[in-house]
Design a protein around this ligand. Sequence first.
Ligand SMILES: Cc1ncc(COP(=O)(O)O)c(C=O)c1O
Length: 422
Amino acid sequence: MSYPVWHPFTNMGEFLEDPLILTKGEGINLYDEQGNCYLDLNACLWSLSLGYGREDIIEAMMDQAKKIACLPLFGRSHQAAVDYAEKLLGYLNGDFSKIFYTSGGSEAIETALKISRAYHCVTGNPQKTQVGHFSNSYHGVSLGALSIMGIPSIRKNVGPVPTDSFEIPMSYDISQENWEDYVEKIEQCILAQDVKTVAAIVIEPVIAAGGIIPIPSQLIRRLKQFCITHNILLILDEIVTGYGRTGYLFAYQEIGIVPDLITVAKAITSGYAPLGGVLVTAKIADLFMTGDVTLNHGFTHGGHPIACAAASKTLDILHSEGILNHIQDNTDYFSQQMQTLDDEFEIVEQVKGCGYMYGVKLVDQHDAANLAPFARKYGLLFRRPAENNVIPVVPPLVSTRQDIDNIVTRLRTIITEYLLAI
Ligand SMILES: Cc1ncc(COP(=O)(O)O)c(C=O)c1O
């Protein structure tokens, strides 16, 4: 039989020339059928935070499967959904009053967009339907999420998108030093839309799939003030940054604002089960809790019991094993090691990142995707982000300093070998 799977975001012609089928995961490593060992520099698309083979997560999932393996939250509940929500919200200082569960990131974004519109409808501003998003940003691929896609190539061949939206310019070059230069342009861009029609602005604290671009906290704080002034909701997309990636449970805690809505997914279960959600502030959630208004929205497997059990155990481990401190302790070290690549190689234009997420941007003449075959030879797998010419270095959160050294040493070898080969 010919190969039966159509893979997402995959050039199938290239894939079928040399299909990589992985058969085992252990710690931070993956193994193929021949026993070759790999480390995924995208951490399973930013999901795998605690590594493979965690018996404690697996047991929690099995226990839940034995109790109750399937129960959509439409008009009824299960204990795993309640327990996880209470535990998570308990860590957030009362900033959020509810979680609306989904089964993944795009669904979380769809939900946040719908909640924003519903909020404005219920509060007497039904004309507020537009959503502003930033160029370079990625929020998913369902058609609503695609409406706020900041990476033009991903919108190709799809035709018109359904949600009213507009794009706000954001550059790879934004930094702590120059963020103020961007503020006025951003505010002007939003004001040019007629703010009476703007429902929400959505932003990633660190643009991930668009090329690992940390957004300065000061800019997000300014944006929050601007949103308050104009009755616009601020949606922080923490689908990548959530659950420890930046050294905080959520990036908003370091930024020092409370967004109206936060979208979460991916590492919520350390990748052990599909789950996502929207964290909702009381200002919004309370409007829907009285019985007068119902949000007619939801996904069959949003808040799936086995996924909630995995999420609960993941949250326990993040705290009991001091993973957030581990990231904070290693951030400077990781960053310094990554900078050595910038110092050593002319083809490296810049290294950017924070916490446990970095991007090695190559000069335009050298496509980072062309280094992937060299990387595979040395046991590193990566997918170049769709925008900006970057090698992502986003390992599982449990990676040690020794693992970091090992990654950087291999990257050095890979770049050297690539340069010799061209
Ligand atoms: C910031 C961000 N938001 C949303 C999504 C969409 O998540 P999913 O692929 O689970 O639908 C992604 C996926 O990479 C993402 O990086």
